[in-house]
Design a protein around this ligand. Structure first.
Ligand code: SF4
Length: 337
């Protein structure tokens, strides 16, 4: 869905972005002519404006991490475009990609897995500066110290190995490394999921402070709707590769329209219990993207499913200001017959 912010151009956009992975690769598959694919991301359109946080929420297998990697050009799309300041990132030459990568960074879920265990903290944070040849050796060292302080660590941590730090400290190192080149946008992929609840809150506060102080833009990928309420401006809810609802955060939290979004709300504590839905989270794992259900992908789990839902694909359409939903319940009369 395309949202508007005072006629401003989005910093980053997805336009009909899709990513299909072949089920099987290699010689045997090509000899068999096996062209089956998993539609990990399907026709996603999303605008991210400078200084905002857009949360992408969905269960495992929803395609949210694949979308994040597409937006950083860490994967090539099967269809569609991603635009950074209006330029197609998939049409960039090497020099343009290098410049783009300075400005767009990623923070990963598991800092223990994402940090090189054989490198000391100082080296990890300095590595992007070394790769981009930023400043002199002493300037890079000074920048490492600034970044350590910026994320709430100190110079004593510089010589530590990741294994000597707590989970929260490791995530701070990941954040410092992502900040090293002064990016404009950060894709944060489940940045707090592996942390204890109290450490989660500290990390979210740190990310909010950094956004305020540095004017950062975030795409915040999470499976947990409850963590996005206080940090995001907009929320896009994904289900089996598609965005099924997108709205400003306050609208989504007060008027969720899609049954899947409503079901997600039934699992989190709300300040006003009268807004709680009486629908339980669908039991078990979501259907596999290898073999998604026909019609509306959510229909086997949907508490509001109608007969048309098993054979009609709902269109994503506006239901309010900057609020879109893909559900037959919200299509004009007669569209689902
Ligand atoms: Fe439920 Fe039907 Fe709407 Fe899908 S289209 S979310 S199955 S009511």
């Amino acid at each position: 869905m395309s949202s508007t912010t005072n006629g401003q151009q989005p910093l980053l956009s997805a336009l009909g972005l899709s990513k299909y992975f072949p089920l099987e690769t290699g010689l045997l598959a090509s000899l068999r002519g096996d062209t089956s694919t998993v539609k990990a991301v399907e026709s996603v359109t999303l605008d991210v404006y400078a200084g905002q946080t857009v949360a992408v929420v969905g269960e495992s297998g929803s395609g949210k991490s694949t979308l994040g990697r597409l937006l950083l050009r860490l994967l090539e799309p099967s269809a569609g475009q991603a635009l950074y300041q209006g330029a197609d990132i998939f049409g960039m030459n090497r020099a343009e990609v290098r410049a783009f990568r300075r400005q767009a960074q990623i923070i990963l879920q598991d800092p223990y897995a994402s940090l090189n265990p054989r490198m000391r903290v100082g080296q990890i944070i300095r590595e992007p500066l070394d790769i981009y040849g930023e400043g002199s050796k002493s300037e890079r060292q000074k920048r490492v110290h600034e970044l350590l302080e910026r994320v709430g660590l100190n110079r004593n941590h510089e010589r530590a190995f990741p294994s000597e730090l707590s989970g929260g400290q490791r995530q701070r190192v990941g954040i410092a490394a992502a900040l090293a080149l002064s990016p404009r946008i950060i894709i944060a992929d489940e940045p707090t999921s592996s942390l204890d609840v109290s450490v989660q809150a500290q990390t979210l506060n740190l990310l909010s402070d950094l956004q305020r102080d540095l004017g950062l833009t975030y795409v915040f990928i999470t499976h947990d709707l409850s963590v996005v309420q206080h940090i995001s401006d907009r929320v896009a809810v994904m289900y089996l590769g598609k965005i099924v609802e997108e709205a400003p955060t306050e609208t989504l939290f007060t008027e969720p329209k899609h049954p899947y979004t409503q079901v997600l709300f039934s699992a989190i504590p709300l300040p006003d219990p009268s807004r709680r839905m009486n629908w339980d989270l669908p039991k078990g794992e979501p259907p596999s993207p290898l073999n998604p259900p026909s019609g509306c992908h959510f229909h086997p789990r949907c508490p509001a499913a109608m007969s048309a839902c098993s054979h009609t694909v709902p269109r994503f359409q506006a239901v309010g200001r900057d609020h879109g939903v893909a559900c037959l319940l919200h299509e004009p009369e007669g569209a689902n017959t």
